[in-house]
Design a protein around this ligand. Structure first.
Ligand code: FES
Length: 627
């Protein structure tokens, strides 16, 4: 069977002849962007064949690209020999991001995190001295264990899995009955998770499942210390970039299973990596807390998500009962109880209830704040101790480089900032990791459009200046594009451009977010200026330049110090609920208290959206900087 090696990562896999490159990449755990779901129309799964035999109809690509060995991974079959393929859209794992997740903890107000007195993870441990059996006492090993356990914990009823019963006779005799029982307590009952002779460290995993990125933290439960953090791209991105395309993809049962497996592969891959690094067995992780949007949770659990798209937009489950890791397929101890953050609405999930734990919204009795999660699915909550209202809007993947001709994620080779010379119109680009630019990431797109607009090369409707004043604007009858990096100067000699269609995508994305904010505020008779704080969550929000966001009409003209960037607030919330019963209860209360508004039924929303489809807006006074 042919062996395929994927570059730049170097992962290899053996597959039967005739396998599609995209399917082989999924099997090998190589994330390849496939926003069109493998239909051969988006062009994002571009790969270059370096050696080996493949079958690809080159009519699907421009002649120049096909001649240079480029193919679409979703339409290319492996024929034979060992194939080496360079996957251009494979997002490289960003080593630098690893520490950023732990930095997120420092970005929040420490008082909002569980303190030493709050540490009450679901997994607990107790030392037991189980008496030796005596002739004629009629008690089994399990009877004696259970009696001792009940006396020590006060818990009369306990569920015990088979593998604990299997190991109990040997463990009890190994250390003369001196053992440690690991258990979870819920509603006056106990679930025995494991039994040991040695006093092992209690570890847990906090997991954030984003549509784009998955983050995992390994936490020592007794102290709350984060031992290691990892992030990786959600393996599901090879089946669609946003939640809607994944819901569509999951319509067939086999594909739902595929999506479940892909996200599990990502989570388990990260857990195993951390375990290897920490020199521990992943089955020694005894607690897990997961946060994710409503669709991600349904997909993780293999629950058909299609009703999320159909009126009245109902998911299979909002508040997931405690589940065992083994039933989900997590590679931690199979008996581990898994807590999943509750969702609020079809498009407002546990990532938001989790993120809100990093804010003072729930306890603020004076001001009113806004929590804004800038992602492919934009979600926002406005409120304080008295009330909370939330809504969601589909911004599309433009903020993360998706749906943009030369868009890419914020990884090595991405243009992250641009300065344009007002005289020549030539751009100076700043590239992540240095080197030749391969594309533009979200912050680069915002910087570029803001520069074009403020230097007069782009008008309020998002049309490029066709006067010839800027030599970098290339126009055809119907379209125009700005050449950010000319041919021959980008990675692989490619040019990097932004087209009017890309700019239009961005304007729609920022229009959707801003109009959702303004519609919600109008609903409660408020305006932006009456907000005491705007919390911005999401990996992308972290690198947002407030000035540029104001210039383009994404963020309102408030004082700079009213904006607070939280980074990945969802994983911080998962960390808190992993450790503390108080935080789990608070999160449930947040979910109960948010009134979810469906914007599609709000008559004002369309008017607000239309007004926001300009740079910055039909009412530019909303975006003047306040001091
Ligand atoms: S063209 Fe291959 S996934 Fe879209």
């Amino acid at each position: 069977m042919p062996i395929i090696t994927f570059k730049p990562g170097g992962k290899s896999i053996e597959v039967p002849e005739g396998t599609l490159l995209l399917d082989a990449a999924k099997k090998a755990g190589v994330a390849v962007e496939a926003p069109c779901g493998g239909n051969g129309v988006c062009g994002k799964c571009l790969a270059r064949i370096e050696s080996g035999e493949v079958d690809f109809s080159d009519g699907l690509l421009p002649r120049g690209l096909a001649d240079e060995g480029f193919v679409l991974a979703c339409k290319t079959k492996v024929l034979g020999g060992d194939v080496a393929v360079h996957v251009l859209s494979a997002p490289e794992k960003e080593q630098g991001k690893f520490s950023e997740v732990s930095e997120d903890i420092h970005l929040t107000d420490k008082a909002l995190l569980p303190g030493p007195g709050d540490l009450s993870p679901l997994a607990k441990k107790t030392a037991l001295s189980v008496p030796a059996p005596e002739m004629g006492d009629g008690l089994s090993d399990y009877d004696r264990f259970l009696r001792t356990f009940s006396a020590a914990t006060g818990l009369r009823e306990a569920e015990t899995p088979l593998w604990v019963l299997q190991k109990l006779p040997l463990v009890l005799r190994e250390n003369d009955g001196e053992v440690y029982a690991l258990y979870a307590q819920y509603g006056g009952r106990a679930r025995i998770v494991d039994v040991f002779t040695e006093d092992i460290a209690m570890l847990g995993a906090a997991v954030d499942i984003g549509t784009t990125t998955v983050a995992v933290q390994l936490v020592e439960l007794r102290s709350g210390a984060i031992l290691a953090s990892r992030t990786d791209y959600n393996g599901q991105i090879s089946c669609g970039l946003d939640v809607i395309s994944r819901i569509n993809y999951a319509k067939k049962p086999a594909r739902l299973l595929e999506l479940k497996d892909l996200v599990l592969q990502t989570i388990n891959g990260l857990i195993k990596e951390i375990a290897r690094e920490q020199d521990l067995d992943a089955s020694r992780i005894y607690n897990a807390s997961i946060a994710g949007n409503t669709t991600m949770v349904q997909l993780l659990l293999g629950i058909p998500p299609e009703h999320l798209r159909l009126s009245p937009y109902t998911p299979g489950v909002y508040d997931v009962p405690l589940l065992r890791a083994g039933e989900i397929g997590l590679c931690v101890n199979p008996g581990t109880l898994v807590y999943i953050a509750p969702s609020v609405g079809s498009y407002m999930g546990g990532d938001i209830t989790s993120g809100l734990l990093c804010t003072k919204l729930l306890s603020d009795e004076e001001g009113v704040s806004m929590f804004l999660d800038l992602g492919t699915n934009g979600e926002l909550v406005i409120g304080n101790a008295e009330f909370m209202m939330g809504c969601a809007c589909s911004a599309g993947p433009a903020f993360e480089g998706g749906g943009i001709e030369n868009g890419m994620r914020a990884s090595a080779g991405a243009v992250e900032r641009v300065d344009i010379d007002p005289g020549t119109g030539i751009a100076e680009v700043f590239v992540i990791g240095g080197g030749a630019p391969a594309g533009i990431c979200g912050s680069g797109i915002i910087s570029l459009i803001a520069e074009l607009f403020s230097k007069g090369f782009l008008d309020a409707r998002g049309k490029l200046n066709r006067s010839g004043k800027c030599g970098r604007i290339d126009t055809t009858e119907k379209n125009a594009r700005y050449i950010v990096v000319p041919h021959g100067e980008g990675a692989d000699g490619k040019q990097v451009v932004i087209t009017e269609a890309d700019i239009d995508n961005f304007i729609r994305a920022k229009g959707a977010i801003f109009s959702a904010c303004s519609t919600m505020l109008k609903q409660i008779g408020m305006d932006f200026e009456s907000l005491s704080r705007v919390y911005i969550a999401g990996g992308f929000g972290r690198y947002l330049d407030i000035g540029n966001a104001r210039t383009l009409g994404l963020l309102p003209g408030l004082e700079d110090d009213k904006f607070l960037f939280l980074g990945n607030a969802s994983v911080v919330g998962a960390y808190s609920t992993l450790l503390s019963e108080k935080h789990r209860e608070k999160e449930k209360e947040i979910a109960r208290r948010i009134t979810y508004i469906d914007l599609s039924t709000e008559p004002d929303y369309m008017n607000e959206y239309t007004a926001a489809l300009f740079l910055p807006h039909t009412d530019a006074s909303l975006f003047l900087k306040k001091t």
